[in-house]
Design a protein around this ligand. Structure first.
Ligand SMILES: [Zn+2]
Length: 209
């Protein structure tokens, strides 16, 4: 086992196990496969089962240092490897695709967020995006996927704006319904004028002019 300081980590690399989705595999199975290929243990730091269970591989339990993995040639000493179970169908074992279940995707997002707390500034990449890698793994462009996840992750300010717009819509709908009720009752012009003034006041209050 060899360890390096956390500060060396520049990337989180996503993989698939290239195992058929028709069968289930655990981290222990992958460990056995990697040992059979001559590694001393599973090469990834994490393995995400199809049901979203996250299993651990290479050691990250020690503060300030990580066990070097064996998953992305040339970058093992500067990256953390996450592997999701699957990636191919039994009928087409050489055709990789994004076979992540919703549970796997959710677990992957949670795990990457956690890792970014520990390794701030690390980039998220798929194995096939790494320099010199000749592989389809992990079946999708992880950098683009992660950018999308981040984009949909509205910062606090944007979330507040969205909530304000929702509240304003709700209030306007309430006023509209009351105005419609007054109109339906007897077409009361004075009541309509009062409601319109109320709408005006509420909007003015919101936009400040
Ligand atoms: Zn890979």
């Amino acid at each position: 086992m060899s360890y390096l300081p956390d500060s060396r980590v520049k990337a989180i690399v996503i993989h698939y196990s290239a195992t058929s989705i028709e069968r289930s595999y655990t981290a222990a199975d992958i460990d056995a496969m990697h040992r059979a290929r001559g590694f001393n243990e599973i090469g990834y730091h994490f393995f995400i089962r199809r049901d979203g269970t996250v299993e651990t591989g290479r050691d990250l339990s020690q503060p300030g240092r990580f066990e070097v993995g064996a998953h992305s040639q040339g970058e093992n000493s500067s990256s953390i490897g996450i592997c999701y179970e699957g990636g191919v169908r039994a009928a087409a074992p050489n055709t990789g695709f994004d076979s992540r279940t919703p549970e796997q995707t959710a677990a992957m997002i949670r795990l990457i967020r956690e890792l970014l707390q520990r390794f701030p500034g690390a980039i998220v990449r798929g194995h096939r995006e790494m320099p010199g890698a000749a592989t389809q793994c992990p079946g999708f462009t992880a950098s683009t996927w992660w950018d999308e996840v981040m984009r949909n992750d509205a910062p606090a300010g944007q979330a507040d704006t969205a909530l304000n717009v929702k509240l304003l819509r709700w209030r306007l709908a309430e006023v509209r319904d009351r105005a419609m009720a007054a109109l339906a009752a007897n077409g009361d012009a004075a009541a309509m004028t009062a409601f319109l003034a109320e709408i005006r006041a509420r909007i003015t209050d919101r936009i400040g002019r």
